[in-house]
Design a protein around this ligand. Sequence first.
Ligand SMILES: NC(=O)c1ccc[n+]([C@@H]2O[C@H](COP(=O)([O-])OP(=O)(O)OC[C@H]3O[C@@H](n4cnc5c(N)ncnc54)[C@H](O)[C@@H]3O)[C@@H](O)[C@H]2O)c1
Length: 275
Amino acid sequence: MAEEILSDEHPMLRQGLGRLLGKVAVITGANSGIGRATARLFGREGAKVVCCDIQETITPRIDEVIKQEGGQAVFTKIDVTQQEDCDRLLTDPLEAFGDLDILYNNAGAGIRKKLHEHTDEEWNFVLNTNLNAMFRGARAVLPHFIKKGSGNIITTASTFGLLASAEYPGYCATKAAIINLTREMALDYGPLGIRVNCVCPGAIETPRFRGFPPKPTLSGITAEQRKTMGASNKALLRMGRPEEIAYGVLFLVSDEASFVTGHALVVDGGQTIDA
Ligand SMILES: NC(=O)c1ccc[n+]([C@@H]2O[C@H](COP(=O)([O-])OP(=O)(O)OC[C@H]3O[C@@H](n4cnc5c(N)ncnc54)[C@H](O)[C@@H]3O)[C@@H](O)[C@H]2O)c1
């Protein structure tokens, strides 16, 4: 029987230190995996969190978890492949909490097959979910950040934006593009007080490995799958936990990282350290 990793209960999530007190954050893909652990951590650190996801069926929903812990959160159903939904990444936080300081573009998707086997629809689905959502989300919030003279944009890239993974063309291409778009945007918006960073997780145990939409249970990965994917994280030889990415994201958006921008923070248990 595989060991279960329940991000809502993992002891690694400690009581917060108020590092995001007074901040309003919007997170996409917030009801599962990395987004869920990060939304919960942000809530514990004092942020008001707008939790966005295309699916509401995982219970308890993440906003309820945050509220149960004394934090402030709302849930909003958003499909990041849709332009009008991405515009709500600004308007929903303004409506709920009167401001926005942090955009975390986290929702992502990939299709495992060779490039010549992709239909246009499949290719565009991956581009829309990963890269175009970053563009559309950033475009929606930037006028507000420019007006404030501050703001943080962070995106979940992947070690597969640094390394190639076979039969994963759209995913590898979009995650690499996210890393360099992060650098480009850091140049354009740094002078205006806005920091732009991304995080590159290695193999992390999340419901994503159980298909899309992920099954409502957080269990199900087999011991064999965990072993194989864990081995890809070459130094620590295990899969990472969503919380281990959340703490990297927290660092990047916090004032402790005030001199960090255009950075791709690799959190991968050593996956990328050798040839
Ligand atoms: N798990 C890993 O090993 C790993 C490694 C590197 C990068 N990543 C990246 O981390 C991010 C989160 O992945 P995860 O592993 O936590 O997956 P997950 O499936 O556990 O969570 C992803 C969430 O995004 C939501 N989502 C999917 N499409 C959406 C859309 N169009 N609009 C709004 N929400 C949408 C899903 O409903 C789900 O709640 C992704 O960008 C993924 O590419 C994951």
